[in-house]
Design a protein around this ligand. Structure first.
Ligand code: ADP
Length: 806
């Protein structure tokens, strides 16, 4: 059986430790192969040099001391030295040696502890350099080892700290908890986080947070601690602040909550995604009849009809999309107990920090009562308005009836309009005027009235001073030209200045006061007959639309009145001229008849049947001539009368043919010449011909005869000229006399029927000749006119279009 001795060599070879024999001369006599692994030398290499040559110079003395102790009899030693590796580095080797002095040898085993030493050194430097507290303490509560942080941070030396139980440094209030923690450690419970206050040498306490690991085998504890005094302080300050803030927040939250809860309006919040309710206040609960718990997490479709829920949802979506408040002035909602209510709702989107809508806030006010009251009020107002309207209408009707009464009270429209103006003022306006277009077509101010008697007096003076002239008042002008009413509830100074160009008149009107104006035309069948002007002299009185309508109605009514009055006047005038005509006609007809009768009587008287006496043939011829003349005259008068009837009934017949007008005139002059010459009236002709016209010879002769006869009748025996002139288109016959002439105002009348402007005792005539002549000339598409003056006499001009081919 083999023994250990048999494999000694193998053991040496396998050993990781260096096994060696050192001679007393300081050389290894043997070294195991491990030397190569540890120090990089082969055993042969290693033993070739003395041991001391491998030892670190600082460790040589230590080794020599040990060596000498052997000599003096020490049995065994263990020493750590640094030995030089072949690569130049040093390795920590712990040598155990046993001297065999008898053999002059030392048996030694070297173990490479380089890694352990390095780890220890690292640990130590970590221990020393750490800012945190690090310590080792016994289970009895005494520090065994403390790192420099203790001294640095707490002011005690290591000795002071390790010389007494550490609880003596602990704040009295924390001692019991510290001891309790120690007890826990003793039974193997690790301390993860424990805080206590340690007294600084200066008497102040620092708060340390401990992490402790108990080593049951070693009966000691390994602890690290961190000074968290500042952290604590900061944290407690923060905590105070947080606490205060929280308190504040919760206060304001509570305030807000109580505000929301006590708000009389329904407040609800829906989350944006599903529009389900997440908040609902008491007013909302009372209104809808649902409790917050019932509503929470549900949406409108759980409580309302589809139609209603659709409506609400659509609005909600709009709010969330639109990013703005949506105001729903009126919406109906069916509640659980209160039936249908009317709400005024505002919906607002609420955004998260990303700017996306997260909630929808709604505030609804129950306006049912308000709305009902409003509806009631509207009803009342409507009824009131109807009543007022009726009253207004009846007042208006009464006013218009009174106006009608006034307007029909008399045929004297001047008087009537003056009464009307007085009725208007002050009923409608403070002052006003009525202007009409009179019988002569001129504007005549019939009435000017001011409610104030003193100012009224002044107004009368002004009215005389400033007779109505359209150009003096642009509004007056517009009214006349456009037959248009004007209504200015407010009249400013600028407007007035623009309206009245005459500075003096403007001043007067401004003095009278004109702050509101109505100007209406007096019209009848589109014919302007006058203007009514109503003014307010007070700023506080403004005309209303109603006043305006009333004034317009009155304008129309007045128009009818004036038209009727004018017609009446014209009719009266017509009657009068007809009467005049009848008397003239009777006279005119009677004259030749009387003359004829006289001739016949005279002739009869000259004949005496019993004596056989008779009138001479010569005398008889004379009588018959005179009688013939009278009969011609009678025939002419009757012919004129018949012509008038024909003209009026449109039965006058014309036989148009192409005529040389110069010839016709010449013939007529010749025909009249004898008669004119006999009367001692010279006649001069300027006739150039031929000048052709299309005309009725007989009728044109009638015109020329009439003009020549008139020139003779009214020409005071002075010469008569007849001139024929032509231009490219027309031919004109001028009959000129130097007689009595015609007043300019009568010139327009002479072509009218029955118009004899001057009743001459000894000049006969029915006043029909010019009327008939005008009708004839017009039937020939021509014209007739007269120019006259009392000094030079009269020129009658007949213009006719020339025949197409000459
Ligand atoms: P009368 O038969 O009266 O002449 P007319 O119609 O011919 O009727 O004339 C109307 C009126 O016109 C006359 O009554 C007369 O007053 C006026 N008149 C006409 N011709 C002349 C004239 N040449 N000179 C002055 N007055 C005239």
């Amino acid at each position: 059986m083999s023994t250990v001795d048999d494999f000694k060599e193998d053991f040496f070879a396998l050993s990781p430790d260096i096994i060696g024999l050192v001679s007393l001369d300081g050389y290894f006599s043997y070294v195991s192969p491990a030397i190569y692994t540890v120090l990089g030398y082969t055993p042969e290499e290693f033993i070739s040099r003395p041991l001391m040559s491998y030892v670190h110079p600082e460790d040589i003395n230590l080794l020599l001391d040990e060596y000498h102790s052997f000599i003096t009899g020490k049995k065994e030693f263990s020493i750590a030295t640094r030995c030089k590796h072949k690569d130049g580095s040093y390795r920590n080797i712990i040598w155990k040696a046993n001297p065999k002095l008898k053999n002059r040898l030392i048996c030694t085993i070297g173990r490479d502890i380089t890694d352990v030493v390095r780890a220890q050194q690292e640990l130590k430097s970590f221990f020393n350099l750490a800012r945190d507290f690090m310590c080792i303490a016994s289970f009895e509560g005494v520090f065994l080892q403390v790192n420099p942080s203790f001294e640095r941070e707490l002011g005690y030396s290591e000795e002071e700290l390790t010389s007494r139980p550490f609880v003596q440094f602990v704040h009295p209030d924390d001692i019991s908890s510290t001891l309790l923690e120690l007890e826990k450690l003793k039974v193997g419970v690790q301390t993860q986080q424990f805080e206590n206050r340690f007294r600084h040498k200066n008497g102040q306490y620092r708060t340390l947070r401990w992490k402790v690991y108990p080593s049951m085998e070693e009966h000691r504890i390994y602890a690290t601690a961190r000074d968290i005094t500042e952290l604590r302080k900061a944290r407690s300050e923060l905590e105070i602040k947080v606490h205060e803030r929280t308190e504040e927040l919760s206060k304001s939250q509570a305030f807000l909550n109580s505000l929301i809860e006590n708000l009389p309006n329904m407040v609800f919040v829906k989350e944006a995604k599903n529009l389900s309710f997440i908040r609902f206040n008491k007013a909302g609960e009372d209104l809808l009849g649902f409790k917050m718990d019932e509503l929470y997490g549900k949406n409108d479709y759980n409580f309302f009809s589809k139609e209603q829920a659709d409506f609400f949802t659509e609005k909600d979506r709009k709010v969330l999309e639109g990013k703005a408040i949506v105001n729903i002035p009126e919406e109906e909602i069916l509640t659980k107990y209160k039936g249908t209510r009317i709400l005024h709702t505002r919906k607002i989107p609420i955004y998260n920090t990303d700017g996306k809508p997260e909630y929808l806030l709604g505030i609804s006010e129950d306006i049912t009562e308000l709305k009902l009251a409003e509806r009631e009020r509207i009803k009342v107002l409507q009824t009131q308005a109807i009543l007022e309207e009726r009253e207004r209408i009846s007042k208006r009707e009464a006013f218009l009836a009174e106006t009608s009464n006034i307007l029909t009270s008399s045929f004297n429209f001047r008087e009537t309009l003056s009464t009307l103006a007085k009725f208007f003022i002050p009923k409608i306006a403070d002052w006003g005027t009525i202007t009409i277009k009179n019988e002569e077509g001129k504007f005549e101010r019939i009435a000017s009235v001011h409610e104030d008697p003193i100012i009224n007096k002044r107004l009368q003076e002004i009215s005389k001073e400033f007779p109505p002239k359209p150009e003096n008042d642009s509004l007056f002008m517009t009214t006349i030209e456009e037959k248009k009413s004007s209504f200015f509830p407010i009249v400013t100074r600028e407007m007035l200045a623009e309206r009245i160009p005459d500075k003096t008149l403007l001043k007067v009107i401004t003095e009278l006061g004109c702050y509101s104006t109505i100007v209406v035309p007096i019209v009848n069948r589109d014919k302007i007959l006058g203007v009514i002007t109503l003014n307010s002299s007070r700023t506080e009185k403004r005309f209303t639309q109603e006043d305006f309508t009333l004034a317009e109605d009155v304008g129309k009514k007045t128009g009818v009145l004036i038209e009727n009055a004018l017609l009446f006047a014209a009719a009266q005038l017509a009657i009068k001229s007809r009467d005049d005509f009848i008397s003239i006609a009777s006279h005119e007809l009677k004259t030749p008849i009387t003359s004829l009768k006289l001739q016949l009587q005279m002739t009869k008287r000259s004949i005496h049947v019993e004596t056989g006496e008779t009138i001479s043939a010569e005398k008889l011829v004379k009588v018959l001539d005179v009688s013939n003349q009278q009969i011609d005259r009678l025939t002419a008068l009757v012919e004129d009368l018949l012509d008038v009837t024909r003209i009026e009934s449109g039965k006058i017949r014309y036989h148009f043919e192409e005529l040389d007008l110069s010839k016709v005139v010449e013939e007529m002059v010749n025909r009249c010449e004898d008669h004119l010459m006999a009367s001692g009236i010279p006649i001069n002709c300027e006739l150039k011909g031929p000048i052709y016209v299309r005309g009725d010879r007989y009728r044109l002769e009638q015109v020329i005869t009439n003009l020549l006869t008139n020139a003779a009748k009214y020409g005071e025996q002075k010469p008569i000229e007849i001139i024929l002139k032509e231009d490219k288109e027309n031919v004109s016959i001028d009959v000129i006399d130097h007689g009595i002439g015609i007043d300019s105002e009568d010139l327009g009348k002479i072509f009218e029927r029955f118009e004899r402007v001057v009743y001459h005792q000894n000049i006969s005539g029915l006043g029909l000749g010019l009327y008939i002549s005008k009708e004839i000339v017009q039937a020939h598409h021509g014209s007739i006119s007269a120019t006259s003056d009392k000094e030079h006499g009269t020129i009658f001009s007949v213009t006719l279009p020339k025949a197409k081919k000459q």
